[in-house]
Structures are given as structure tokens and as C-alpha cells.
Design a protein around this ligand. Structure first.
Ligand code: ZN
Length: 231
């Protein structure tokens, strides 16, 4: 195998190594908590707190209503029990009952308002819970995909590295240095020759250069300096 062909293969391995390393970095950076999941989880927790607070208010209003109802019952028993004969006392009692009933009505309205809010908050909690479940499932799936992609990329990189070493032992260190230097300067060190043209810089090559390259010599393009490879 000509040196140019070996270097061309080395370059293909190197380019593949580069792009896979880039992809690996990208995938690794996507591992971990999803900001969206964290945001929705926080949102759900504050909605839960809001709902708990509303339920607490609802129960407190209901206890107050029960308390008033039992007071009213007691007073009404007195009022209609027949033991109190004094008209003034009866009138006062009636006023007291009316006052408590008015207060109870107000509280009942308030309790109904709170119950509406509780239902609304329960609806929100359910919606956000569903959203969180959906996001978490999706996130888990994505993380699993990422993990297996990363595994695959690591194996591929180690295969490529092995391939690279196998090529490197075949090539003289001096030529490897030239290759590395060209790669550093130009991105690609080896250029294919196609229809008498260097594919690295798209310039037609002199016949003498072509002939030397064709005979298996290591020839650099006189225009861009890349190592010429005739497939
Ligand atoms: Zn060239």
C-alpha cells in the first residue's frame, strides 16, 4: 500500500475520531436534570401548597358553621321551649338567633367560594401532575437513549483509536509529523486527485507532479502543500 493511501486512511480515521468526539461531548452535556422537569416539579409543589391552604380554610369555615349551627339550635330550643315568658327576653333571644343566622349565611357563602377555589386548584394540580409525568417519562427515555449512544460512541472511539495505532506503526515518524503539521495548518493533510486536479485546492496539477504521485512517491501539491492521493 502506498504511503499516500495509508495517510489517506489515517486522515479518514482522524476525521471520524474528531466528529465522534464532538458528538460524545454534546451527548454527555445533555445528561442530567432537565430544567423543564425541575420547573414543572417546583410549580406542582407550590400548587399543592396552595391547595392545602385552601382546604385548611374550607375546613375552618365548615367548623365555624357547625359551631354556629349548634349555638342556633340551643338558642332556638330556649326560644320555642316555652319556659321563657318575658317578651323582652324573647325578643332579645330572637335577635340573637337572627344575628347568628346572618353570620352563618355569610360564612356559608364564603365556604362555597372557597370550595370553588379548591376545585379549581385540584384541576390545576391534576393538569400539572399529568404534564410532569409526561415530561419525566420523556426525559427518562431521552436519558436512556443518551446513555446507550454514549456507550456506543465510546466503543467506536476506542475502535478508531486502535485502527489509528495500526496505521501509525506502518508509517515513518517523519511522515507522520508532516501529516500532523498539514492537518494542523489546513484541516486536511491528504487530498484526493481527481481528473488531474487536487481536490484540496481545486487546482490542476502539472503532469510531472501527477506522474511522480502515480508512481507511488509521496508528492505534495505544489499549490496547497497537501499530500496527493491517487485513488
Ligand atoms: Zn492542492
Amino acid at each position: 500500500m502506498s504511503v499516500a493511501k495509508q495517510l489517506y486512511q489515517l486522515q479518514e480515521v482522524d476525521l471520524e475520531l474528531e466528529s465522534n468526539t464532538q458528538t460524545l461531548k454534546q451527548k454527555v452535556s445533555q445528561l442530567g436534570e432537565s430544567p423543564e422537569v425541575v420547573r414543572v416539579r417546583t410549580d406542582l409543589s407550590s400548587q399543592h401548597q396552595h391547595l392545602d391552604e385552601l382546604k385548611r380554610q374550607q375546613h375552618s369555615a365548615e367548623w365555624e358553621i357547625d359551631d354556629l349551627t349548634s349555638k342556633i339550635t340551643t338558642l332556638e330550643q330556649k326560644l320555642y321551649g316555652g319556659r321563657i315568658k318575658n317578651p323582652k327576653e324573647l325578643t332579645n333571644l330572637q335577635h340573637e338567633v337572627d344575628g347568628l343566622k346572618a353570620k352563618r349565611d355569610q360564612l356559608e357563602d364564603k365556604a362555597l367560594g372557597i370550595i370553588d377555589q379548591v376545585e379549581l386548584a385540584e384541576g390545576h394540580v391534576a393538569t400539572i401532575s399529568n404534564e410532569l409525568n409526561r415530561l419525566e417519562t420523556e426525559w427518562h427515555r431521552q436519558q436512556q437513549r443518551l446513555t446507550s449512544d454514549i456507550e456506543w460512541l465510546k466503543n467506536t472511539l476506542s475502535d478508531l483509536e486502535h485502527k489509528r495505532q495500526l496505521i501509525l506503526v506502518e508509517v515513518e515518524p517523519q511522515i507522520v509529523n508532516l501529516y500532523q503539521e498539514l492537518r494542523r495548518q489546513r484541516g486536511t493533510a491528504v487530498a484526493k486527485v481527481d481528473q488531474g486536479m487536487c481536490r484540496g485546492c481545486q487546482i490542476s496539477l502539472p503532469t510531472s507532479e501527477l506522474q511522480r504521485a502515480r508512481s507511488g512517491n509521496l508528492v505534495q501539491c505544489s499549490s496547497c502543500g497537501r499530500i496527493l492521493f491517487l485513488a
